[in-house]
Design a protein around this ligand. Structure first.
Ligand code: SF4
Length: 463
């Protein structure tokens, strides 16, 4: 069995399963957020009763993150609905925007979009927050009301996005009927060269198969190249499995996975026990390919879908209006580090927005110093508009006052994960997806640029 089949067999209490089989699967965690949470709760209460209790109050994790820093009153109200539900249910893990359990959330536009407006429990973008807060464990099943839930496959778990109706059912029962997906294998061999990032791997892979090339399939990543990938790198890759239509993305378990998960579960007091799944010798795949990391180059997914693959060095004639670094895919600490390596000592030529995925990442950027200067200050000095209000922000457009939202028919290069028309706001805008390094180089050039031309060769003193 493949990693996904093995994991699902275990979650279904069966010795074996095969692709195409329908099975009942036990959930380990159900995650929801401010956009889909109220709808999920509505389904749950309609089907199970207004006073019904969730199947396990320690396994429903609620993370408001999407439409938070906006004056839109209905968006603010969604956070209040989640708070009321979490309180009534006695949920252990509700990462509220504010500290007062009886308060109401209201964004204050008069204080501006840049300065922090959240309390001590706020966790930021759900997919980045789940691992940071110790909710991702190898061998487990994670359902989330968000298509990029597949990001947690980096941790050797089955993680997939589900709709509100399914989520309402999981909320009441802790299980879900699933069809076992076929598995496609991508063997990563070699090592990424300077200026080339994990984002380039997944943009290359999606370019190979197209934005619907993995529809309802598992993407399994293997190979000697994985050892050189950080957990952030693996998250970037697994996150975008859905951009090829995948049901989930999954990585093998190794010492790096263990170190991350053990640290985070201990730090947050979450469940420390887990059982990873190892690959079988007789795995069968519907697709098998090798990606040579040594030869990979900075890659861009052009408008209008994530499968429109081109090399950054061939796109120098694409003039840009805007650059954006942020989201679950491209707003992690390591993403900002690579971005900073390129912009350090330079100035961006176009409007450039930076949105860290979580408050912890904001803290990292404000405390990590290179030669006495914080990463935060390096980015500000380069002309990047950076906000402390970690969240999804303009990754999916959002209300018109959302920080960085593309409100006009602009061309934007972005470290996010999705570029279908209208994704970041205006329906006639054009979004080009790229790695943080490529976004940085392009922000400096004012057109799409290969970051290898800008990469600093001077060793950076870090503290
Ligand atoms: S950052 Fe973007 S892709 Fe990630 S959860 Fe938020 S809206 Fe979705």
């Amino acid at each position: 069995m493949t990693l996904t089949e093995k994991l699902l067999a275990r979650a279904a209490g069966k010795a074996t399963v095969s692709a195409g089989e329908n099975i009942w699967v036990k959930a380990d965690i159900l995650m929801t957020h401010d956009v889909c949470g109220p709808g999920t709760i509505g389904v749950f209460q309609r089907e199970f009763g207004a006073k019904a209790k969730v199947w396990d109050r320690h396994r429903v994790v609620i993370i408001p993150d999407h439409y938070i820093f906006t004056a839109d009153s209905r968006s603010n109200r969604n956070v209040d609905l989640l708070r009321e539900f979490a309180r009534d249910q006695g949920l252990t893990y509700f990462y509220d925007v504010i500290d007062d359990p009886n308060g109401t959330w209201k964004f204050d536009p008069a204080r501006g979009p840049l300065r922090r407006q959240y309390g001590s429990r706020y966790a930021g973008v759900c997919h980045a927050a789940l691992p940071q807060k110790g909710h991702t464990r190898p061998g487990e099943v994670l359902f989330g009301t968000d298509s990029h839930t597949c990001m947690a496959g980096a941790f050797n778990q089955f993680a997939t996005g589900i709709g509100n109706t399914d989520a309402g059912f999981v909320m009441g029962t802790g299980k879900l009927l699933l069809k076992v997906p076929e598995t496609m294998r991508f063997r990563l061999e070699g090592r990424l060269q300077p200026g080339v990032m994990a984002k380039d791997i997944i943009l290359h892979a999606i370019g190979e198969i197209g934005f619907d090339g993995a529809t309802y399939r598992a993407l399994q990543f293997e190979g000697s190249g994985i050892a050189g990938l950080s957990m952030d790198d693996r998250m970037t890759i697994a996150n975008m499995a859905i951009e090829a239509g995948g049901k989930n993305g999954i990585f093998p378990y190794d010492a790096r996975t263990a170190e991350y998960v053990d640290t985070r579960t201990r730090l947050n007091g979450t469940r420390t026990h887990y059982e990873p799944v190892e690959p079988d010798a007789d795995q069968r795949f519907v697709y098998d390919s090798v990606i040579d990391l040594d030869r990979l180059e900075p890659t861009v997914a052009c408008h209008p879908d994530p499968g429109q693959r081109k090399l950054a060095r061939d796109l120098g004639d694409v003039q840009l209006d805007r650059a954006y670094i942020g989201s679950c895919t491209g707003g992690k600490t390591s993403d900002f580090v690579e971005f900073a390596r390129v912009v350090r000592g330079r100035r961006v030529r176009i409007d450039t927005f930076g949105v860290p995925a979580t408050p912890e990442i904001v803290h990292d950027l404000q405390t990590t110093r290179w030669a006495g200067q914080t990463l935060w200050d390096i980015l500000l000095a380069a002309g990047v508009q950076l906000t402390e209000n970690a969240g999804c922000a303009a990754c999916l457009g959002g209300p018109v006052d959302t920080f960085g939202r593309v409100n006009a028919p602009l061309r934007c290069i972005s470290a996010t994960n999705r570029n279908f028309p209208g994704r970041m706001g205006h329906k006639e805008s054009q979004i080009f997806l790229a790695s943080p390094a490529t976004v940085a180089a392009s922000a400096i050039a004012g057109h799409i640029a290969d970051p290898r031309e800008y990469f600093s060769t001077v060793p950076v003193a870090e503290s």
